[in-house]
Write a protein that binds this ligand. Structure first.
Ligand code: G6P
Length: 370
């Protein structure tokens, strides 16, 4: 893949541009071991009935997608746990704990492992650092293989964690006989289209985001809405915007809009909407528009004629594959490529506002204090 931003002066721009090739590399390494179940078996972890994924910040958002994948692929009871709140969580002995941490050094994550009463041998580290404290302390380690990430705000490591974790979930479900190998193959085939989707999302976003930035430059607050897995991506989009621009950003399941956040919408309020394939956000979008809100849509009904901010454009096609259960369908990672325009929006608005996109104020790449 040709990096569209090899000459970006900041690390964040280059790391966003590296996402397609990062996923390509991860899949070429993992895909052959997914539908055989070997990716899971090679970790040597015991049988489990439930899954809890824990992490902080962007890794927690990746963890939410991964937890969701265990539910979608195998109806596994799952939860995502904010690491700093893990002390209040009760787990049974048959719960697989996946600790997701890019650095593997985050104090809240390491402390959570002390606090959780897990069954023996049930902690899997999902990390970008195989030599980290977390990797040493876990019973199994899965490398998310994103390569070094310098920008404080996580981008390519998020995408790497999601894809690696979803491959893990799929492999585990094959190994336990919950999903057939042929079904897993179909999902892996769909995953293999992810690099193209990300590349497309980068190209479209670079075209449209500058205009959007001009129109939201003076906005003090942003809303991000989604449904289903889109809610998690809305959370990640809002997090990037806060980190990079120092502007307020909230995310909500779109259905919650009318239960409170709609009161925030006034003339010009930017509302980023991650459209779902079933078109169920149209009523929410209409409510925002009728109050003068500035709707920035990502994806579109059916995701076949996706839209960015009113511009019809081939973008963010959400690959949907048959789950083989009651005819339901789901996208393995949810609308993963929707994160790209939100990363680029956050970065470009931050640059327009004169922020340091690689080193946002008050934040650190790795937080080793509680
Ligand atoms: C810090 C970083 C975030 C990161 C979080 C968790 O807050 O600024 O970008 O998501 O730590 O880091 P980890 O290394 O555990 O993924």
């Amino acid at each position: 893949f040709l990096s569209l931003a090899a000459d970006d002066p900041d690390f964040m721009g280059r790391e966003i541009a590296e996402q397609p090739e990062t996923v390509e590399r991860i899949l070429s390494e993992l895909a052959p071991r997914v539908s055989t179940g070997d990716l899971w078996r090679e970790l040597g972890l015991p049988h489990f009935r439930r899954v809890a994924v824990l992490g902080c910040g962007t890794s927690l958002n990746a963890g939410r997608i991964i937890a969701h994948a265990f539910g979608a692929f195998g109806a596994i009871v799952n939860t995502a746990v904010t690491a700093s709140e893990a002390g209040a969580v009760v787990l049974d002995a048959e719960t697989l704990v996946i600790a997701a941490s890019q650095s593997g050094e985050t104090a809240d994550v390491l402390r959570a492992l002390d606090e959780l009463q897990t069954g023996r041998g049930r902690v899997l580290a999902l990390t970008n650092s195989m030599h980290s404290t977390l990797a040493r302390r876990a019973d199994g380690v899965l490398n998310c293989s994103a390569g070094p990430e310098i920008g404080v705000a996580a981008t390519k490591t998020f995408v790497a964690q999601v894809v690696t974790g979803v491959c893990l979930a799929l492999s585990a479900m094959v190994a336990r006989g919950t999903i057939l190998r042929a079904q897993a193959d179909a999902i892996v085939d769909d995953l293999r289209r992810t690099p193209d989707r990300l590349e497309n999302a980068i190209a479209v976003s670079r075209q449209w985001v500058p205009d959007i930035v001009e129109s939201v430059r003076d906005a003090q607050g942003f809303l991000f809405l989604g449904r289903g897995a889109g809610v998690v991506y809305a959370a990640e989009g809002a997090l990037k915007l806060k980190e990079l621009t120092y502007r307020w950003a909230e995310h909500y399941p779109a259905g919650e809009l009318k239960h409170g956040p709609l009161a925030l919408v006034e003339e010009g309020t930017p509302v980023v909407v991650i459209e779902s394939a079933d078109g169920r956000l149209s009523a929410n979008v209409a409510e925002v528009r009728s109050r003068g809100g500035r709707v920035i849509s990502i994806g579109g009904p059916g995701s076949s004629i996706p839209v960015v901010d009113g511009h019809p454009e081939a973008f963010a096609r959400s690959g949907r594959v048959s789950q083989g259960r009651g005819g339901n369908t789901f996208a393995a990672c949810g609308p993963l490529e929707s994160v790209v325009p939100m990363q680029i929006l956050a970065r470009e608005l931050a640059i327009a506002l004169g922020r340091d996109v690689d080193k946002p104020r008050n934040l650190a790449k790795s937080v080793t204090v509680e």
